[in-house]
Write a protein that binds this ligand. Structure first.
Ligand SMILES: Cc1cc2nc3c(=O)[nH]c(=O)nc-3n(C[C@H](O)[C@H](O)[C@H](O)COP(=O)(O)OP(=O)(O)OC[C@H]3O[C@@H](n4cnc5c(N)ncnc54)[C@H](O)[C@@H]3O)c2cc1C
Length: 602
């Protein structure tokens, strides 16, 4: 089906528009080409990464580089790169798919892969001049060179635009000299190219540069020792020092002062890719956990038969299912938006940039949700293994340590939470997403008398979809009242923003799971999708509790008296099921399926 602009929701519009299940892309929609790519990547992951896990854990950085080179030989580093620059130009969904299925072996490789293909390469494909792209991208796409991204400094982390690294123009105007210190630089130990952000004179915003790094001719670049990290042990992470590093003027990326924009847009892409990169870890953790639980006996019973363990298996499966659903939904939206822009005459570069930027809210949502889900999953994985989970001899220990970083880099989860709501409010102010109209309607509904009719819920997911619509009302009610109360000062009320963000995240994730299960039930039959339906219902049930908690905390923090009472009554109405799902039964059904298949099987 050709995607028309009017059919394609803008970023953030999921909150105020109903999405039909036919309009979402799901992993079951992978094309033959994508399925083949998935198989190839999974096979590579088994053969080259998982089989050598011990070497990664032993901090064998040279081995990480060697496997990265093999990934380059197979084309995996160039999936997102246009053919003109030596890549496969396979589209955004395929790009996500590769990030996803290459990532479960170890966080070390996953980070090296993500830093190179994402933030190490994308700034050039998105912002480079034709000459820059011709010169550098083919080398990066094939793995001849590896890239690193140097934004963070000792004094500039979340406040990325506050870096002190300087770039000074030479007297003849032909080059810049870069001086400064960067830290936490992934791939620093084996990169040949760095994207470096530095400030020219007293510019408000930093500027991006492409800096070559040749160990035999270091040009003032020195590296710190490898950092001793909690996890991702074979991902090279070092400080990078620049001492009068000479960079030709033609290596400036975009224009002077454009660096902050480049950094932020590179991170948008990085965030959804990071979500993708957590998915297969989650699947693998669950598979490993259920295999152990089926074998391990206590009290003469496989521990998988205990309700307490079934609870965990079901929750792990439901969160993985929701993560997949939401990540591929957003990835396809981005791909379609890029295609629309190309069709409208934009260059591929501009189309890609704007396509991803459009869904920056979803990218932040996914980054937060999936990074926390994989962490929880790994934590429960350890618990299922009991004492053995705490041992280096089982895979859970490393999985848990490796998962932890995802909540920190690509913008911490606190920053991404606040960004997601902040960007949505900005979009509303610009008129790109109409929040005011729907928020006013919710206010009117609160004043009105609620309907006491019992709707017909016989159709699959009819009550769940109504619940999603009500959760959206909670967001509009809480955020709308908060904006009215605080206006532009809202950004000072971080606890409120974070609560609103948690509501937003749950809505997107739960809705995505339901739309996927609905779409698949329609084409494959409800019986065939019974467990997927159960997972979507379970995820939603949990989401409702999170929305209720955050809604309540927000309302009592900023509203008083009659207003508080009215908002709390509204909240109660909007989180109420007419027919509560039997959550215990749902969990049992999900766990039994996972147990029987002895793996994550959806
Ligand atoms: C293993 C690893 C690899 C990395 N790879 C790279 C890389 O390749 N390139 C690169 O440039 N960087 C990289 N980073 C850096 C990473 O992006 C930063 O660590 C991250 O952005 C957070 O910055 P920070 O560590 O200075 O923490 P800080 O910014 O000091 O944050 C500390 C805490 O304060 C919170 N906080 C900060 N500001 C606010 C605020 N305004 N409101 C509320 N809370 C706030 C944060 O959420 C966090 O919880 C890497 C880091 C690690 C650990």
């Amino acid at each position: 089906m050709e995607t028309k602009d009017k059919e394609l929701l803008r970023g953030g519009q999921f909150l105020v528009k109903e999405t039909k299940c036919e309009d979402v892309f799901t992993p079951e929609d992978f094309s033959e080409e994508q399925k083949m790519m998935k198989e190839a990547v999974m096979e590579f992951n088994e053969r080259e990464i998982i089989a050598h896990k011990a070497r990664f854990e032993a901090k064998d950085f040279a081995f990480t580089e060697e496997v990265m080179r093999k990934a380059g030989e197979l084309g995996f580093l160039g999936v997102a790169v246009p053919e003109a620059y030596g890549g496969l130009d396979m589209g955004f969904v395929s790009t996500l798919l590769v990030c996803d299925y290459i990532s479960s072996g170890t966080g070390s490789f996953s980070t090296a892969f993500g830093a190179h293909t994402g933030i190490g390469t994308m700034p050039i494909t998105l912002y480079g001049t034709e000459e820059q792209k011709q010169k550098y991208v083919p080398k990066l796409a094939t793995g001849e060179w590896f890239g690193a991204y140097c934004l963070t400094e000792p004094g500039a982390g979340s406040d990325a635009n506050s870096g002190k690294t300087t770039a000074t123009l030479s007297e003849d105007g032909k080059s810049y000299k870069i001086n400064g210190q960067k830290m936490w630089i992934s791939n620093a130990g084996f990169c040949r190219l760095m994207i470096v952000f530095a400030r020219i004179e007293n510019d408000k915003n930093i500027t991006g540069f492409i800096v070559e790094y040749d160990k035999d001719n270091p040009n003032g670049i020195t590296l710190g020792e490898e950092e001793h990290k909690l996890g991702i042990r074979a991902s090279s992470t070092r400080q990078v020092f620049f001492n009068d590093t000479v960079v030709p003027v033609e290596n400036m990326l975009a224009g002077r002062g454009e660096g902050f924009k480049i950094a932020m847009n590179a991170l948008n892409v990085g965030r959804i890719k990071l979500a993708g990169a957590c998915l297969d870890s989650q699947r693998r953790i669950l598979t490993t956990a259920v295999q152990y639980a089926n074998e391990r006996k206590q009290f003469n019973t496989p521990i998988a038969d205990f309700g307490a363990i079934k609870y965990k298996l079901a929750e792990m499966a439901a969160s993985a299912y929701a993560g997949e659903s939401a990540t591929y939904r957003a990835a396809k939206n981005i791909e379609d938006r890029i295609a629309l822009r190309v069709a409208a005459g934009n260059s591929h570069q501009e189309a890609e940039l704007k396509g991803v930027e459009e869904y920056a809210i979803e990218c932040s949502i996914l980054k937060v949700a999936v990074s926390e889900d994989v962490q929880n999953c790994a934590d429960e994985g350890i618990q299922i293994f009991g004492g053995m989970g705490f041992s280096e001899e089982t895979p859970m220990e490393a999985a848990w340590r490796d998962a932890r970083i995802a909540r920190i880099y690509e913008g911490t989860n606190e920053i991404n939470r606040m960004l997601s709501v902040g960007m949505l409010v900005k979009k509303a102010m610009k008129g790109h997403v109409d929040l005011l109209g729907p928020a006013t309607k919710v206010q009117e509904e609160l004043m009105g008398i609620p309907s006491f009719e019992t709707p017909d819920y016989s159709e699959l997911f009819s009550e769940e979809k109504e619940m999603i619509a009500k959760l959206k009302k909670v967001f509009l009610m809480v955020a709308g009242a908060a904006v009215q109360k605080f206006g532009p000062d809202l950004e000072e009320h971080q606890q409120l923003l974070i609560a609103a963000s948690d509501i937003l995240i749950e809505i997107y994730m739960a809705e995505s799971a339901i739309l996927r299960a609905e779409k698949n039930a329609k084409r494959f039959g409800e019986d065939a999708q019974a467990v997927q339906i159960a997972m979507a219902k379970l995820y939603l049930y949990n989401a409702v509790s999170i929305v209720e908690k955050n809604g309540k905390e927000s309302i009592i923090s900023f509203a008083e008296g009659d207003e508080q009472r009215m908002l709390l009554m509204g909240l109660k109405r909007f989180v109420k099921y007419t027919n509560y799902p039997d959550i215990v039964d749902l969990r049992i059904a999900i766990a039994e399926k996972v147990k029987a298949e002895n793996k994550y099987c959806f």
